[in-house]
Design a binder for this molecule. Structure first.
Ligand code: NAP
Length: 484
């Protein structure tokens, strides 16, 4: 036990579903055997809770425990279909505002992959509470769906700073920011801008930006060039599954959900129900998640000891069925016993990182984190459902809105301008975005003008969505369309 830690530390333990309890039991036994002064508070979440009719999947007593302990180690939770549609995992991440999801992968002894010998050792830092995972979706017409990708500057700055701090805590020298800012200039571009702004506070770390599709390519081609990658939620979700496959698969992929108030540690994998109760599952991902948890709690000696013991075990060829084949793999309990038996032994051939305490970024809590000195509403996008052609719709809208303050300047179909005609061969459906701009004296468009415009359009057309076109500090707060 670390000399300065005499206290007992309460941690919420959620066994989870499917193979979760077997993995959690393995991790708990190893943590206890390491001498880490953890007092486990065992609580439920997931399938059993959904079946009792609680649609969040997380009962109040589990929430209370995490609120008290601020730290949880959890097994994977199923999202059963037919017992409420929410994911208990997403509920936990959002309720405790664990804004960063940290997914380290590294080459492991004894686990042979096409990349063996290349020295992969990287961390994906994924923004965990914003982006498309807000799940704000609408059917705009019977045949057209919309999902809102909401990205805040504050959330972007927070995750960018977190990535640099994480790199600093592990003595890493490069942080890559992978975005789709070339296409999504505002939303993905927000992370790129925040990343570039905060990079100067970390002069010892080399920042670089890479377009996310190229990041996928580079990760497969030359993964060893990456140390830390920071991404928005969905990109990070997808690419972190890719990175786990580079080093042996989900059985080895640990993760941490860290926020300012609480942290939840879990494997990347799900409940793998087909292996439940068979004593064959690879518990390493949960064990390494527990190692991350111990470091979070400042128990660096215990964390290092467990990591060494895992490496010594793997080096000795004691491997689970996912690596060797399920007819030949070491059973989960025996694998766990071997790691416990190896506590105190150190790997000579594999390095274990010297990790320093992570400094979480502290941002101004003001809700209006980004302030504009000037702002104006300069127009309106009105989304219309109609069987008309773009030319017919354009003529009708110009006629209907002739004496309003707003003038129709463009109609687009799925982001491509179709009116006034451009000569392009764009196929249109029944869903159009119609852009109106103030005719003269641009200033702040009063809502009365918006109401008047919508009343006019409603005379002949079905509109289902509007978006105010705004300028902040003289900069357009909306994008132009392809061909505009
Ligand atoms: P999964 O449980 O991760 O399993 C997919 C496959 O990954 C397994 O069939 C197995 O591959 C491999 N695998 C997963 N964990 C492994 C381990 N510890 N050791 C070795 N191999 C492992 O994904 P899923 O089947 O899509 O999801 C099952 C349930 O888990 C769903 O209800 C889902 O909602 C939930 N889930 C929860 C979380 C979470 O709690 N954070 C995350 C993801 C999914 P082979 O078949 O090739 O052996």
């Amino acid at each position: 036990m670390s000399a300065d830690v005499a206290r007992r530390i309460p941690v919420t333990l959620i066994p989870g579903d499917g193979t979760g309890p077997e993995c959690i039991q393995a991790a708990r036994r190893i943590v206890d055997a390491s001498g880490a002064p953890i007092d486990w508070e065992v609580f439920e979440a997931g399938a059993k809770v959904f079946k009792k009719g609680l649609s969040s999947g997380v009962p109040p007593e589990t929430m209370d425990s995490i609120t008290r302990t601020r730290v949880a180690l959890k097994g994977p939770l199923e999202t059963p279909i037919g017992f409420g549609e929410k994911s208990a995992n997403v509920t936990l991440r959002k309720l405790f505002e664990t804004y960063s999801n940290v997914r380290p992968v590294r080459e492991l002894p004894g686990v042979t992959t096409p990349y063996s010998g290349r020295g992969i050792d990287l961390v994906v830092v994924r923004e965990n509470v914003e982006d498309l995972y807000a799940g704000i979706e609408y059917m705009q017409t019977p045949g057209v769906a919309q999902a809102l990708k909401l990205i805040s500057f504050k959330g972007s700055e927070r995750i960018a700073r977190f990535a640099f701090e994480y790199a600093r805590s592990e003595g890493r020298t490069k942080v890559a920011c992978a975005t789709k800012a070339n296409i999504l200039k505002f939303s993905e571009g927000m992370l790129k801008r925040a990343f570039e702004q905060v990079a100067s506070d970390y002069p010892e770390i080399e920042p670089w930006h890479v377009i996310v599709d190229n990041a996928a390519h580079q990760l497969v081609k030359r993964p060893e060039q990456f140390e830390v990658l920071v991404m928005t939620n969905m990109n990070g979700d997808i690419l972190s599954d890719l990175t786990s496959a580079l080093v042996g698969g989900l059985g080895f992929a640990a993760s941490a959900n860290i926020g300012g108030e609480a942290a939840i540690f879990e494997a990347v994998h799900g409940s793998a129900p087909k292996y439940a109760g068979k004593n064959v599952i690879n518990p390493t991902a949960v064990i390494l998640s527990a190692v991350m948890m111990l470091r979070h709690l400042g128990l660096f000696d215990e964390a290092g000891a467990i990591e060494h013991a895992v490496f010594v075990t793997l080096e000795s060829g004691v491997l689970t069925g996912d690596v060797l084949g399920y007819d030949r793999g070491t059973p989960t309990t025996e694998y766990t016993d071997t790691i416990i038996g190896n506590l105190g032994r150190r790997t000579e051939t594999w390095s274990v990182r010297d990790v320093k305490p992570l400094q979480l970024p502290k941002l101004d809590p003001a809700p209006d984190y980004v302030k504009a000195t000037s702002r104006a509403v300069v127009g309106l996008d009105v989304f219309v459902e109609t069987p008309l052609t773009a030319a017919e719709l354009g003529a009708s809208l110009m006629d209907l809105t002739r004496d309003t303050r707003l003038s129709l300047v463009m109609i687009s179909s799925r982001g491509t301008k179709v009116f006034p005609p451009t000569g392009a061969m764009t196929e249109t459906g029944d869903h159009f975005r119609c852009r109106f701009i103030i005719r003269e004296n641009p200033g702040d468009l009063p809502d009365e003008d918006v109401h008047q415009l919508l009343a006019r359009i409603s005379r002949e057309h079905r509109w289902m969505h509007i978006e105010k076109l705004q300028e902040f500090d003289g900069e357009l707060g909306f994008t132009r369309d392809q061909g505009d």
